[in-house]
Design a protein around this ligand. Structure first.
Ligand code: ATP
Ligand code: MG
Length: 410
């Protein structure tokens, strides 16, 4: 009997003929995550499961590896399992020898026993050549538990404790605890986005949600000034990007000072400064996204949350671009966003003090704007608009992370 980790990729099984490539992407992401933990274990897919072989001499904390893997999009649940090869229980025999399995089940039952609790056995046969039906095996193992341990109550629908047995042509796995993972689709399976990342709560959650639906992510953040290279890694927004990379794998964070536009804006004293600035940010981001082959921009916009996020201002920002802008948080309530931030371990990072540019640019922002009017203002007051974009882009800096570790730019 060996230890393995079993991963179940629920939603992927629905993907018809694309399934193979989704599974392959997930396997690659799992391998990369393991590599980031300095682990080189075998990862194999069998039917609708993935198994990771744990070497017998592995001494460290397996639960830590399991918890880290639970953050990879595309995995529905996972568990540490006990694994029997087909030889160990005579898979093809008409009278298989299940004594090893019975001994293990009895041991696990003793370990998990709680007075008054109920249990159930769940058997799944991915390979129907195994001679016993799922029901027969469930009965057999339940009898072992009832006869040899203190467990008394079986509850087939809502048990307090489940014992799971999976039988495939490669072997049998046994486990008790399933860890719910984040589900969704493997990163790099659905598209590439560039997320406008601020120092607040919303945009990191927007990025996380896109990673959960299988997107590869790059970030752009606009800063008041250049950041010293030695301070880049400790910068608040870099730490947020680093945390997101634990879910999404490689991310690049581009830091872009907005000084050129700020100076141009300052001389003019215009009413619509905030929305003009947001259109500028969006256009710079669009240019970068095109260079990086990203298909969409993503923001943490949330309808009506602040002045920049009224319907009118959201429309004005969108109309300044050709590239689509996705806003995964548009309809969320603030409490829902904060709850996700806490759950994802982002809350403390996001509450670190930080003055974002939108707060610096305008004290009394306009809540209503019209694209055509803004276009007119831009033509009249910023004749060298394209130049402002290219000067801004010349000053960009970049820092990259993969699964929480800083990497050289790729
Ligand atoms: P958040 O909570 O995400 O910081 P916010 O509530 O402060 O956003 P705004 O400042 O209007 O609201 O920002 C709306 C969206 O614009 C952000 O979610 C983010 O996508 C983008 N954004 C804001 N500031 C920046 C910035 N400095 N650099 C890049 N994107 C930004
Ligand atoms: Mg917000």
């Amino acid at each position: 009997m060996r230890n393995r980790i079993i991963l179940h990729y629920g939603e992927l099984t629905l993907k018809g003929c694309n399934r193979h490539s989704f599974v392959k992407k997930l396997r690659t992401n799992v391998r990369k995550k393991l590599r980031s933990l300095e682990i080189a274990w075998d990862v194999v897919s069998i039917h609708d499961r993935m198994f990771i072989e744990i070497p017998e001499d592995y001494q460290d904390d397996i639960d830590n590896v399991v918890n880290q893997l639970a953050e990879i999009p595309g995995i529905a649940w996972l568990s540490k399992v006990f694994w029997f090869s087909t030889k160990q229980y005579d898979f093809f025999n008409y009278k298989p020898d299940l004594s090893n399995v019975e001994t293990l089940i009895e041991k696990l039952a003793n370990e998990t026993y709680k007075k008054g609790n109920s249990f159930a056995i769940r058997v799944k046969r991915s390979d129907k050549r195994f001679v016993k039906t799922s029901k027969e095996l469930e009965m057999q193992l339940a009898t072992v538990i009832l006869k040899n341990t203190e467990w008394k109550n079986v509850n087939l629908n809502h048990a307090d404790q489940y014992f799971y047995i999976d039988i495939s042509s490669r072997g049998m796995s046994v486990h008790t605890n399933r860890i719910k993972a984040i589900g969704g689709l493997p990163v790099a399976s659905t598209g590439k986005i560039m997320c406008l990342l601020s120092g607040g709560f919303d945009s990191p959650i927007a990025a996380y949600l896109m990673a959960k639906r299988g997107c590869t992510i790059d970030f752009v953040h606009f800063t008041a000034s250049n950041i010293q290279a030695s301070k880049l890694e400790a910068y608040k927004v870099s730490k947020i990007a680093q945390r997101i990379s634990e879910f999404s794998g490689r991310v690049r964070l581009y830091l872009v000072p907005y000084t050129h536009f700020d100076l141009a804006l300052m001389e003019k004293n215009l009413d619509y400064d905030l929305i003009l600035f947001r259109r500028f940010m969006a256009r710079v981001a669009e240019k970068m996204a095109n260079n990086l082959y990203a298909q969409c921009l993503v923001t943490g916009d949330n309808l009506g949350q602040v002045a920049s996020q009224t319907m009118e201002n959201i429309v004005s920002m969108t109309k300044s671009l050709e590239m689509p802008v996705l806003r995964p948080l548009l309809t969320y309530n603030k409490e829902e966003i904060i709850a996700m931030s806490r759950k994802l371990g982002l809350f403390d990072l996001c509450t670190e003090p930080y003055k974002d540019c939108c707060a610096l640019i305008s004290n009394t922002p306009k809540t209503k704007s019209l694209h055509e009017k803004l276009e007119h203002i831009e033509e009249r007051f910023f004749p060298d608009y394209e130049n402002l974009i290219s000067e801004t882009l010349e000053e960009k800096q970049v820092i990259a992370f993969q699964f929480g570790k800083r990497i050289d730019y790729v």
